[in-house]
Design a protein around this ligand. Structure first.
Ligand SMILES: [Zn+2]
Ligand SMILES: [Zn+2]
Length: 137
């Protein structure tokens, strides 16, 4: 598991400004097995003086830098997961407790190749798997 200091170091090397507020956001998301909504993250950080706009901005900055995985809930809400290694991967999201289970392989690459063979450019994909985890079923 990546440590917060290492993560901050990596982000700085990439030219991202890591303020105290951003550090707090990182630690809130780090080592989490659950994907949180903006509101849930805000609730965690409210006591540290976070307001919705700060959170919105910092989430956007992290999202842009590629260290966030954004998931869609069944009800269409965005949920965030830290992706410190910036890997391309997918997860199964538990409908009940919002715990996630990483999927080791992505089998959609062949479909992307197909799209490219049809002349599509800038091909990308999103995959959402929802279910009930062992604890919840
Ligand atoms: Zn569950
Ligand atoms: Zn994929």
């Amino acid at each position: 598991m990546i440590k917060i200091d290492q993560l901050v170091e990596n982000l700085r090397r990439d030219g991202l400004r890591v303020t105290n507020a951003r550090k707090q956001l990182l630690s809130a998301l780090l080592d989490s097995k659950k994907a949180y909504t903006k509101d849930e993250i805000l609730n965690q950080l409210k006591s540290k003086g976070y307001d919705p706009i700060t959170l919105y901005r910092n989430l956007n900055a992290f999202d842009k830098s590629g260290i966030l995985l954004r998931l869609k809930d069944e009800d269409g809400k965005d949920r965030y997961l830290l992706n410190p290694e910036r890997k391309h991967y997918h997860v199964i999201l538990c409908k009940a407790c919002k715990q996630v289970e990483p999927i080791q392989s992505c089998t959609i690459d062949t479909l992307e190749e197909f799209a490219r063979s049809k002349g599509f450019k800038e091909v990308s994909h999103v995959l959402e798997l929802h279910g009930l985890c062992e604890d919840c079923s």
